[in-house]
Design a protein. Structure first.
Length: 437
């Protein structure tokens, strides 16, 4: 048993016992009150999940095991780069410990060792039409890799339920290791005529993805991939893709099947697909204004015309956050250091100054601030990755770390099948009538 697996087993066993004792004493304590607006409003803010890797605060933003993004930037190992290594964040999410440089180096090597994608996966992808969306290819590729699932094989052999966590851990490590190879293959197949780039075994996980994409040989792009993979890794369990992962996993579908469903959820325009919508909107605006250096007044006019047309300004607003997304701020910090003179990046910053006051003036927008999607596209374009439809695949590679770490915890703690109660409209009417009576 490797060192990380041993740490996880010891910690999860102790917490499993702690939860058992906690529920025995406090299982009937009320933790939430559901309003009818929430029943009809997408279950917004109803507490129904345990999710260990991260917690989202409306004012402070995302915290991974209690650490803010700036704190992670200081504490997580950086290896040969200037940005935190995603391997370190995965270690933290899984076992609630800041890893050492040696532990992160081991994890990089371990993911490299596990990174071989079965040949049949590529054969499946090659049968798809050329216009197939990259997220569709990504989901199909993940499903095709399910043939290698330790959990599926061991469950069919009669695995003891106390060993579910072990098989899920093995699938988690394999799947995370293989995703950069799968993503880069899809990118080169779709946009570069199948001219693939071999992995560089000397690089860390995110830097190797940057290398295999082949859009920039700059070390700065490798640093951005490290940052990108870190800040997109998790956003607590209530968002659509994480919840999908949790729901499917609760049925004891293996991690491959659950993660494929997670990615299908991420592909929705109201979720992860929004990152391609942002940069598309910016270029539409620049084409309309016939300039790459618009004034704030020109941007304000275009924003108002967008809103008047019954559309939203993509990249602004969030279901939970009530301040600028710390992930946006981290990307802004990166861009100010690495590409402060980039035209599109500067447009993003002008939009940031213009949009919130306009949305606040409407009087009905709870969060007029930018989210993570508002900035990432501009930096990707700066480094030459201007194929917008691929952006959500990058998001998905990163998000794997958080949702798979959480799945390890769910199986280790023996979390049950998720089965909320639904009601009909007649039930609601009868309930209200009885309440009024």
């Amino acid at each position: 048993m490797d060192a990380l697996k041993q740490k996880f087993f010891q910690k999860s066993s102790a917490i499993k016992q702690e939860i058992k004792e906690l529920l025995a004493q406090n299982g009937n304590v009320l933790v939430d009150e559901v309003k009818l607006n929430q029943v009809f409003g997408g279950s917004r803010d109803i507490i129904t999940m345990l999710w260990e890797p991260s917690l989202l605060d409306a004012q402070e933003g995302i915290r991974f095991r209690g650490y803010s993004l700036p704190e992670l930037g200081e504490k997580l190992p950086k290896g040969k780069g200037k940005e935190p290594l995603p391997e370190g964040l995965f270690w933290l999410m899984l076992v609630d410990e800041i890893p050492t440089e040696a532990e992160v180096e081991w994890l990089s090597d371990e993911w490299e060792r596990r990174s071989k994608v079965p040949a049949h996966v590529f054969k499946v992808l090659e049968t798809l039409p050329a216009h197939t969306h990259p997220m569709t290819q990504f989901s199909i590729g993940i499903n095709a890799m399910q043939t290698e699932s330790h959990f599926a094989r061991r469950y069919s052999e009669g695995m003891n339920k106390n060993d579910y966590w072990d098989a899920v851990y093995e699938d988690t490590m394999d799947l995370i290791a293989r995703l950069p190879v799968l993503a880069a293959y899809i990118y080169r197949k779709t946009y570069h005529g199948g001219d693939h780039i071999k992995a560089d075994r000397s690089l860390d996980w995110a830097a190797n993805l940057a290398h295999m994409l082949g859009v920039s040989k700059s070390d700065d792009f490798k640093n951005f991939m490290r940052l990108y993979m870190t800040i997109h890794a998790d956003h607590e369990g209530g968002n659509a893709s994480a919840h999908t992962m949790n729901l499917i996993g609760s049925t004891l579908s293996d991690p491959y099947l659950a993660f494929a469903g997670c990615m299908n959820s991420l592909a929705g325009p109201l979720h992860g697909l929004a990152n391609q919508e942002v940069i598309h909107w910016i270029f539409q605006m620049l084409n309309k204004l016939e300039t790459r250096n618009p004034t704030k007044e020109q941007i304000a006019s275009y924003v108002e015309s967008t809103l008047a047309g019954g559309k939203v300004v993509p990249g602004y607003g969030h279901a939970v956050l009530r301040k600028p997304d710390p992930r946006f701020i981290e990307q802004m910090r990166f861009a100010k250091e690495y590409c402060p003179d980039d035209e599109i990046v500067n447009v993003v910053w002008k939009v940031y100054e213009v949009v919130p006051p306009i949305l606040q003036g409407l009087g009905k927008v709870k969060n007029p601030w930018p989210n993570v999607d508002a900035h990432s596209g501009a930096i990707l374009v700066h480094y030459g990755l201007d194929q917008y439809s691929f952006y959500t695949v990058l998001f998905g590679v990163s998000r794997a770390m958080g949702v798979l770490a959480a799945t390890c915890w769910s199986r280790a703690l023996g979390m049950p099948l998720e089965r909320p109660k639904s009601v009909t409209l007649d039930w609601v009417k009868n309930f209200l009538a009885e309440k009024q009576a």
